[in-house]
Design a protein around this ligand. Structure first.
Ligand SMILES: [Zn+2]
Length: 443
């Protein structure tokens, strides 16, 4: 008889691979990997140290949130609505300058808790220029899979973080030694130059150099609306994508978030250099950054994953909302209801999002893949009568329909409850500290 650590039993399995769906089956996990999956007849006898019952529910890969900012943005949620992008960034900066470590740790915990409960098992954090260690501490409490992009900038609004940026880049070998592939491989570090309007050519080139030295990924904001295009045209005489290409930044290790304002030439460059795109439809719509040319990008062969962006611009860490809003927005924009099917939206939130954050071992359920798995309950009024799981998941399900969240083979959420944390006291403490932050920032 086969011995395994964890069995997720009796659910409809959406593998998100060519194997398709198993109408009723079980996923077996040992250590951090999936060791078997299929119908009970296919699996044969096994003994599991722990079992999660998924009868009548859906077993699927956890969501990969391939562009977000949790620590900082949780503290900015709902504080500066109805503003222009550049003005919005300026307002947020007033608070960011007053962040302290304990407040950031609590905000990170809250963001991790929100994602774990919503079935997000991995995330690509872009630190827009502030401390990383509070979030690393929080990841010790709520163990999601994380790529932490150290945030750099040296001009404009963010000029004051220039010296810190160069110092961190000069010492990046130490950061890599200390954290990269830490926490059983769940934690990765990356480089996050902020954007084309906040980093000089010197800083971009330095990031490319350091990424090359250590084999790291780069995660940035790119082509997020007309303001950025005008700025780069004026200062560099090119589009933001052309400017990155000119500096040698376009490469398979680059994740570019937003990309709403791309020319056909930009799209060809991104496809040629296998740049990955993180698509944040709600944030783009809310900040009026434009509509990403999703059809052209996908037709050109560019990997496009879905992402929530930070809770300051979304305002939740909820990939169900992102799938629904993304599909509807593009259908309506192209007047084409056949664009972006429910299965394509699910893939963009799982498999493609994992690829967009350079995690090919996540985002699908198959033997040998990392065990980042969620169970979603579709026995809800808002999903009834449940003819088709994919349709229910994309258009009807909500974050709180997630029952179990497993990351790296560990059960992080069981029966809708987080392990290791008292949510009530976390919310109280966070509210108090966020209030003090707002007061000392004078906003
Ligand atoms: Zn962002």
């Amino acid at each position: 008889m086969r011995d395994v650590d964890l069995a997720i039993t009796g659910g409809e399995i959406l593998t998100m691979t060519d194997a398709g769906t198993v109408p009723q089956g079980t996923v077996l996990i040992s250590g951090q990997r999936i060791v078997a999956l299929g119908s009970d007849a296919e699996l044969g006898p096994y003994q599991a140290r722990q079992t999660l019952d998924a009868r009548d529910q859906v077993i699927m890969p956890g969501f990969s949130n391939c562009h977000t900012h949790i620590g900082s943005n949780v503290l900015l949620r709902g504080l500066n609505e109805d503003a222009q992008l550049f003005e919005w960034l300026q307002y947020m900066w007033q608070l960011k300058e007053n962040f302290d470590h304990e407040t950031l740790r609590l905000a990170s915990l809250a963001g991790l808790a929100e994602m774990a409960l919503a079935g997000i098992t991995s995330f690509n954090e872009h630190f827009d220029a502030y401390a990383v260690t509070p979030e690393i501490k929080a990841l010790g409490t709520i163990p999601l899979r994380a790529t932490l992009g150290y945030g750099f900038a040296d001009v404009g609004l963010y000029a004051s973080v220039g010296p810190w940026s160069y110092e961190a880049l000069d010492n990046f070998a130490l950061i890599v030694d200390e954290h990269h592939n830490g926490m059983n491989g769940r934690l990765r570090v990356a480089l996050s130059p902020h954007a084309t309007y906040s980093c000089t050519e010197h800083l971009w080139r330095r990031c490319a150099e350091v990424a090359g030295e250590h084999g790291l990924t780069i995660h940035t904001h790119l082509s997020e609306g007309e303001q950025e295009h005008r700025f780069v045209a004026e200062h560099q005489g090119s589009t933001p994508t052309e400017w990155l290409h000119h500096m040698g930044l376009l490469a398979p290790n680059l994740t570019a978030a937003h990309c709403t304002t791309l020319t056909d030439g930009d799209i060809a460059l991104m496809a040629e250099h296998q740049v990955k795109v993180a698509h944040c439809p709600i944030s783009n719509a809310k900040l009026c950054s434009g509509i990403m040319p999703v059809r052209k990008l996908r037709e050109a062969g560019v990997t496009v994953g879905l992402a929530t962006d930070g809770p300051a611009s979304h305002n939740t860490l909820d990939m169900f909302q992102e799938m629904k809003f993304g599909a509807i927005t593009h259908k309506n924009h192209h007047l084409d209801p056949e664009l972006l099917t429910v299965n394509e939206m699910l893939a963009m939130a799982t498999r493609d999002a994992a690829l967009a954050m350079h995690l090919p071992e996540c985002g699908t359920l198959a033997v040998g893949q990392l065990a980042d798995v969620i169970v979603v309950d579709l026995n809800k009024l808002h999903c009834a009568p449940r003819y088709d799981a994919a349709a229910a998941l994309v258009y009807s399900s909500r974050a709180d329909d997630v029952v179990h969240t497993v990351v790296d083979g560990q059960v992080v959420v069981e029966n809708g409850r987080l392990r290791n944390i008292d949510l009530f006291s976390l919310l109280g403490e966070l509210r108090e500290r966020a209030g003090a932050l707002r007061q000392r920032s004078g906003v």
